[in-house]
Design a protein around this ligand. Structure first.
Ligand code: FMN
Length: 351
């Protein structure tokens, strides 16, 4: 039987997990002492690009993986059942039954130890070498047959992929709906914030603050897009950072049901934790895989761009027969500490 202290330890591990725009879109409840129920927070999920719950499901998948790994550190196995109440209860994501077990091996325990340190790093350049052996070590943590991880560490391969990621990133600033969704989560100061992302976390320099604030107004963004603003943003957030990174990873999935996407979130977290263990910094790029999958309600031009992104991704994965490309990870080494995003208080996650 889990003690109260152990239960808190598990929930705290879940709270550390990543979520798109730091939305933290989940809630929990205990059924007795050994069954944990996880839900999507209806007020923080299912809107706009999350209308089919892809982003929230990925986030809750990461929460589940963190909790299951953390349970191993206290001698428990977590048996996960996804959507335990069926399709009619789309917000009831998982039930995890805990039982005492010594199944946690050293490599899983080592991933668990990295849960608090894992974070997003948007700085660049990332340096160092990520050789084939390191890529293979990262690929080895993927433990679900529906998923694969492709590693790219050759300069030309990385250069070939950049336009695909940049095109998708550009779309985020060319559609009013996507643009507003991004800026809704920006905290326009440099204070620590329990939700969203502040200017330091986003890597916005002091001299860029005013310009960034102006871009948050859609009419301004629209006018500046005519002058190439969205392309400039993609250049700064995708082209330059990725050109200056020693490797890229692409998480792939062969199925896209909600269960599969929650499992993609679990695999995302495992890969991210492994990179953290290896001292690698990570930035995720979700736009190419996720936007081309969900086909959001955007203009005709943007939909055409997303179709082109989708066929680029298919070409990339077809030759490697690994399913559909879902998430890119930019990885490499960079010295110094970064400012991390905040989290809400634990009590706010109780259903
Ligand atoms: C499904 C998902 C998609 C994400 N997409 C992006 C992205 O496209 N670009 C980016 O810079 N960060 C992305 N992130 C990182 C989140 O913004 C980040 O996890 C969140 O702000 C919490 O910060 P942390 O990762 O440092 O804990 C994504 C995270 C998740 C889970």
């Amino acid at each position: 039987m889990l003690t109260d202290t152990q239960k808190i330890k598990l929930i705290k591990a879940g709270i550390c997990a990543p979520s798109a725009d730091n939305s933290q879109p989940w809630l929990y409840g205990w059924e007795g002492n050994d069954v944990l129920l996880l839900f999507l927070d209806e007020s923080l999920s299912g809107e706009a690009t999350d209308s089919t719950f892809v982003l929230s499901d990925l986030a809750v998948g990461a929460v589940i993986e963190s909790i299951v790994l953390e349970a191993m550190t206290i001698g428990y196995h977590g048996e996960v059942e996804l959507f335990p109440n069926g399709d009619g209860k789309p917000f009831d994501i998982a039930q995890i039954k805990f039982s005492q077990s010594n199944s946690g091996n050293d490599s899983e325990l080592s991933l668990a130890n990295c849960i608090p340190a894992r974070c997003t790093d948007r700085r660049f350049p990332f340096t160092g070498v990520v050789d084939d052996r390191m890529l293979s070590d990262i690929q080895d943590v993927v433990n679900d047959s529906e998923h694969g991880l492709i590693g790219f560490n050759q300069n030309q391969d990385i250069l070939n992929i950049i336009p695909t990621i940049a095109k998708a990133e550009q779309v985020r600033f060319e559609s009013q709906q996507l643009h507003q969704e991004i800026f809704k989560t920006v905290v326009f100061n440099r204070e620590h914030s329990p939700t969203g992302m502040n200017l330091n976390v986003l890597g916005i320099k002091w001299f860029e603050t005013l310009g960034f604030k102006l871009l948050s107004a859609w009419p301004v963004m629209q006018v500046l897009n005519a002058l190439g603003a969205s392309k400039q943003i993609a250049n700064k957030s995708v082209v330059l950072p990725i050109k200056q990174s020693p490797a890229l990873l692409l998480l792939t999935t062969s199925a896209q049901s909600r269960k599969s996407i929650v499992n993609s979130g679990r695999q995302m977290q495992r890969v991210w934790l492994k990179c953290t263990e290896m001292g690698l910094s990570v930035q995720i790029y979700a736009a190419p895989g996720v936007l081309s999958l969900i086909k959001p309600n955007v203009g005709k031009n943007q939909l055409e761009t997303l179709s082109a992104v989708e066929s680029d991704l298919n070409n990339l994965t077809a030759s490697l027969a690994k399913g559909r490309g879902l998430l890119f990870f930019r990885i490499g080494f960079i010295a110094g500490a970064i400012e991390k995003t905040g989290r809400r208080a634990q009590s706010s996650f109780e259903k």
